[in-house]
Ligand binder design. Structure first.
Ligand SMILES: C[S@@+](CC[C@H](N)C(=O)[O-])C[C@H]1O[C@@H](n2cnc3c(N)ncnc32)[C@H](O)[C@@H]1O
Length: 171
């Protein structure tokens, strides 16, 4: 089970990026996302996609990041913080793939130093600066089983692969 914890979300300013963090998490095999901020709009837009496109992805806002990390670790979960300053993904991915419960922490603005200390792994997707969406996508592609071939049961809308044009089924 992989769940994302989104830190440092600034309502209004980060709305689009946080929504895309959630949609990326869902599409590439995470089970849900916690947002350490209060933003009903983001929660509703992700839930709307999950409702139409299927699966059972959950999203919860107003989560205290510190208690979220503490509880995750008390339940035996592993905490992976994505940061350009960490160990490069190829050097730790084999070990991380063996974990049953992974909380993937991604930031927006500056991430508190305590997160680096409490994470089991600080992982870089290259040691170059880029974005939480890109970092999460590559991480899930390497860690989530079958990230690119997920099933989304109960979908009301399904897009079928089409080499040219759009094929959409509605149920
Ligand atoms: C735009 S960055 C801002 C980071 C902020 N300046 C800091 O020093 O913490 C937002 C988030 O993207 C993710 N990120 C950016 N580059 C990354 C990289 N090379 N590897 C992994 N995650 C990365 C991290 O989760 C980071 O918190």
């Amino acid at each position: 089970m992989i769940v994302v914890l989104r830190l440092g979300h600034r309502p209004q300013r980060d709305m689009r990026v946080t929504t895309h963090v959630g949609l990326t998490a869902r599409a590439l095999g995470a089970s849900g996302m916690y947002i350490a901020a209060d933003d009903r709009g983001v929660v509703e837009s992700i839930r709307d996609v999950a409702d139409r496109f299927g699966g059972d992805f959950f999203v919860e806002d107003k989560k205290g990041w510190s208690s979220c990390i503490r509880r995750w670790k008390e339940d035996g979960g592993c905490v992976v913080h994505l940061t350009m300053f960490g160990l490069n993904l190829p050097d730790v991915e084999e070990e991380i793939r063996e974990k049953e419960k992974i909380l993937v922490v991604v930031g927006a603005e500056k991430v508190p130093g305590e997160v680096y200390e409490r994470a089991d792994y600080n992982v870089a997707v290259t040691n170059q600066p880029h974005s939480e969406i890109a970092g999460l996508a590559v991480f899930l592609d390497h860690i989530a089983p079958d990230a690119l071939h997920r099933d989304f049961p109960g979908a009301k809308v399904k897009v079928l692969p089409n080499p040219c044009g759009k094929t959409v089924e509605e149920f």
